[in-house]
Design a protein around this ligand. Structure first.
Ligand SMILES: NC(=O)c1ccc[n+]([C@@H]2O[C@H](COP(=O)([O-])OP(=O)(O)OC[C@H]3O[C@@H](n4cnc5c(N)ncnc54)[C@H](OP(=O)(O)O)[C@@H]3O)[C@@H](O)[C@H]2O)c1
Length: 251
């Protein structure tokens, strides 16, 4: 079906070195897009590039917690690919769990910087380019943590909820100028980020026991919905929160 093709399109994917971002980059390229791969781990980014095919991918290293590095990443991506049609803000994650009353301010700030400020900064940087061209699809990867209570992870959940909210506001601000913006909300996905949960049978049972489909998602199962949001198949979809969670948040 042609509505899903990305022939001739270009994309920037942050956090493309592994996990969900890598799967999204590979899936966008499989539909025909040329892809700029963001991240910090150069070797892993080169592996993603090799998986796609060197002709259709370029590595644009950046730490997304550094606004200057983001500006460099975006301008290198535009320079290499000519322009950008699709921007996937995927880089993110969280490495610690702590009750809110014991949370140190610098811990809170660190998680907000990675999961929210980075998305704000990429959106701020690409906006003039996309709005100037009068087209584009921005996909912000949030989490089911944005939609349900996350005891011990109030920092991460608040950041992801803000990403969902930001995506809605940008969608409305940009709708008249041809640029779409949607939030993509994964449930529990088997990646490095969730290795700690698979290493703890009790925690894994708790998490997966609440998923009606009864299993972890694969990164590729998040990539298909990302292709939908990137392609003309979703031409009239903006400000949407696309939840891909095996039924977790409706159960
Ligand atoms: N796995 C899940 O269950 C799940 C559920 C809901 C939402 N999510 C969200 O989905 C996204 C991807 O998660 P994942 O599970 O694929 O995690 P992952 O396997 O840990 O991969 C995280 C990616 O983000 C990049 N990244 C991390 N910090 C970065 C930084 N400071 N600058 C640039 N890139 C950075 C990493 O690249 P480098 O190490 O090369 O920098 C890596 O490519 C995240 O936003 C996460 O919050 C995940």
């Amino acid at each position: 079906m042609t509505a899903f093709t990305l022939d001739g399109r270009t994309a920037l994917v942050t956090g493309a070195s592994r996990g969900i971002g890598r799967a999204i980059a590979v899936a966008l390229a499989a539909q025909g897009a040329a892809v700029a791969l963001g991240g910090r781990d150069l070797d892993a980014l080169e592996e993603t590039r090799a998986a796609i095919g060197a002709d259709n991918a370029v590595v644009v290293p950046a730490d997304v917690t550094d606004p200057a590095a983001i500006r460099e990443m975006v301008s290198t991506a535009i320079g290499a690919l000519g322009h950008l049609d699709i921007v996937v803000n995927n880089a993110g994650g969280n490495t610690f769990s702590v009750p809110f009353d014991a949370m140190r301010p610098d811990g809170w700030d660190k998680v907000l910087r990675l999961n929210l400020d980075s998305v704000v900064e990429v959106c701020r940087t690409v906006a003039p380019h996309l709005l100037g061209r009068g087209s584009g699809s921005v996909i912000n990867v949030a989490s089911v943590s944005a939609l349900v209570a996350m005891p011990g992870m109030s920092h991460y959940a608040a950041a992801k909820a803000a990403v969902v909210s930001l995506s809605r506001s940008l969608a409305v601000e940009w709708a008249g100028q041809g640029v779409r913006c949607n939030a993509l909300v994964p449930g529990w996905v088997a990646t490095d980020l969730t290795d700690f949960a698979r290493a703890d049978p009790k925690l894994e049972r708790y998490l997966i026991g609440r998923v009606p489909m009864g299993r972890w998602a694969t990164p590729e199962e998040i990539a298909g919905p990302a292709v939908f949001l990137a392609a003309d198949a979703s031409a009239f979809v903006t400000g949407h929160t696309l939840v891909v969670d095996g039924g977790l948040t409706v159960g």
